[in-house]
Write a protein that binds this ligand. Structure first.
Ligand SMILES: *[C@@H]1O[C@H](CO)[C@@H](O)[C@H](O)[C@H]1NC(C)=O
Ligand SMILES: *[C@@H]1O[C@H](CO)[C@@H](O)[C@H](O)[C@H]1NC(C)=O
Length: 338
């Protein structure tokens, strides 16, 4: 009996050790171990009393069934262990894999954090610039308002100036029209002036003034004589001849003539006839009395044909006097040609 109990104890010991080694710390096994130990103590107590009952076989049988049962459970647990190991391996691989991924993600995270810092800094700069820009925008808005006001004012002025311009334009147009008319008239006038210049250039210039003599007394003579004035003051056109004493009209026209005869000798008579061709135009006469002196003079506008003759005749028995004082003179000029 003692050997059987010892064997049983050994068997339980082996079983317990294996169970402890392979599934270390499983609660279910701990319970089983406690129960088995209790059985062993029970067997020991019984064998110590050396009073083994026939029930022992039944108990052994029960114990054997328990062992079988525990073996089955043990196999089951071993299977479970294998499964758990496999799952553990898989899990460990996954952990490794996740660690690697973690490392990568950490690196990326670092990089992202760096980028975030960078972006924060950029953000700060951009915010500062944005503030500045907003200030500038406000300033520009204010300036815009001022400029709009000035613009409005300018537009009014522009409208005003446009109106003034239109008025000035109208006046300018009128003025230009007047100018055109005046220019036309001016042009016409210039033509007329040119024509007149031409006519003037063509118009004969005739004017003379002559004195009789510096010799003093002329006459009296028995017959009348043509007075030949020898002192030429002017003789434009040479129409008066001092040689013959006759003026010959170079063109048809209106002429003016005048003469003066002077005498100082007491009782002498001054009688002067003015002739147009053979026709006498005047007989002007005077006589010196009381030791005085006389002037005989007259003047005519005469219409002459070209070649007409004008001359002065001193009547028979008459006399005149001339000296450096130029008191007996004859003058004439063309008023206008016809
Ligand atoms: C008379 O006419 C001459 C020019 O021919 C002039 O020099 C002179 O002064 C005149 N004599 C007088 C007294 O005016
Ligand atoms: C005549 O004319 C001379 C100048 O030529 C003048 O001195 C004199 O007084 C005049 N005599 C008369 C009566 O008009």
């Amino acid at each position: 009996m003692r050997s059987a109990a010892a064997f049983l104890a050994l068997l339980l010991c082996v079983y317990w050790t294996r169970a402890q080694g392979e599934s270390g710390g499983v609660r279910e096994n701990d319970i089983t171990q406690t129960e088995v130990q209790s059985e062993i103590l029970g067997v020991k107590a019984t064998s110590d009393q050396t009073n083994i009952t026939p029930d022992i076989w039944a108990e052994l049988k029960e114990l054997r069934d328990m062992v079988i049962q525990h073996s089955l459970e043990l196999r089951e647990m071993e299977q479970e262990n294998t499964d758990l190991k496999s799952r553990l391996n898989t899990a460990e691989k996954m952990v490794e894999e996740l660690k690697r991924e973690n490392t990568v993600l950490e690196a990326r995270m670092s990089s992202n954090e760096f980028q975030v810092e960078e972006l924060k800094r950029e953000n700060a700069v951009l915010e500062a610039r944005l503030n500045t820009a907003e200030n500038v925008v406000e300033e520009l808005k204010r300036e815009n308002t001022v400029l709009e006001a000035r613009m409005s004012s300018n537009e009014l002025q522009v409208e005003e100036l446009k109106r003034e311009n239109a008025a000035i334009q109208a006046r300018l147009t009128a003025s230009e029209n007047k100018n055109a008319v005046l220019e036309a008239r001016m042009s016409s006038n210039e033509n007329e002036v040119e024509e007149l210049k031409g006519e003037n250039a063509e118009r004969p210039k005739v004017a003379f003034s002559v004195g009789l003599t510096d010799a003093g007394e002329v006459g009296p003579f028995n017959t009348e004589i043509t007075l030949k004035f020898s002192k030429i003051f002017t003789n434009i056109g040479q129409a008066y001849s001092p040689t013959t004493g006759v003026f010959i009209a170079p063109v048809r026209g209106a002429y003016y003539f005048r003469f003066n005869g002077f005498e100082t000798r007491d009782t002498n008579s001054v009688g002067i006839r003015l002739y147009h061709n053979g026709e006498q135009m005047t007989y002007s006469f005077d006589k010196v009395v009381n030791n005085g002196y006389v002037n005989v003079s007259n003047g005519f506008v005469l219409q002459l044909e070209k070649g007409d003759m004008i001359y002065l005749v001193l009547c028979a028995g008459c006399s005149v006097h001339d000296s450096t004082y130029n008191r007996t003179t004859f003058s004439g000029f063309l008023l206008f040609a016809m």
